[in-house]
Design a protein around this ligand. Sequence first.
Ligand SMILES: O=C(O)CCC(=O)C(=O)O
Ligand SMILES: [Fe+2]
Length: 287
Amino acid sequence: MAANLAPSDVEPLHNFRIPDLPPDFYYIPNFITTEEEASILRKIPAQRWVTLSHRRLQAHPSTLTPNNTLLASPLQPFLITPVVDRFKTLDIFDKTPHRTPNHVLINEYKRGEGIMPHEDGSAYAEVVATVSLGASICLQISPKPGDTPSENNPCPESSMPDDSQDADDKHNYPGSGNEDTIERCATSTSSSRHQYKIPTRILQEPRSLLITTGPAYTNLLHGIAPNEVDEDLSPDTVANWSLLAEPQIIEAAGGRNERATRVSLTYRDVLKVSSAASKVFGGLGKR
Ligand SMILES: O=C(O)CCC(=O)C(=O)O
Ligand SMILES: [Fe+2]
């Protein structure tokens, strides 16, 4: 007889898990509406962009200190409502130390721009939740260089520079010497019990949410190739094809995604938080 599960026993995200990838990536199409998307895009403060070589970005509430500490400060309301409110209903950050995201990086990629393969690193709890706005883009998922995958650990950890706040100079795009490693991981995993398909791509449609947790966060690299078009997109080459809102758009375009300006909001829980500034001001205020 099938077990009778109360609603609270069922993980709210279980229908959104991306198959054939290490635990866990979740993809939720249409996480926000077109009106909410337009409203967030309008409210991103124009004066806060920092321009890097292949994208521009802004950190909210601020960039981390050199020892990866966040100076405590609330996120602006446009970053909270509706996104963080909806995270709570899905328990996305319920196991992280602060049980809510306290930091958001906003990245903007124009057509032809990208971000080198990197890991997000140890400054954050092992959960990142990415809201995509404006246009579709492919996130490339690859093993860390030098990893020897095995059945139990498909893409084990190795030392790799981390931190996405300025990853531009630290990592290599596929096509610049990493292919050997990528090929090795793909070959070994195909003979493993788990049949993880790596490297692969995750297509992030506008208004979608991508959640990366646990081994998927710690043991893999992610990046965006600086392409004008993502090509050869199909159920075989896109890991989250079965979860897409509008695969028919890609099919109608012959498996191509013409890039356009895409903005991402990456929500994280920074582990080290300093409330020093608020203590000083609080103390002065009491005199
Ligand atoms: O734009 C994205 O989806 C990825 C951004 C990213 O990897 C990062 O900010 O660390
Ligand atoms: Fe990242």
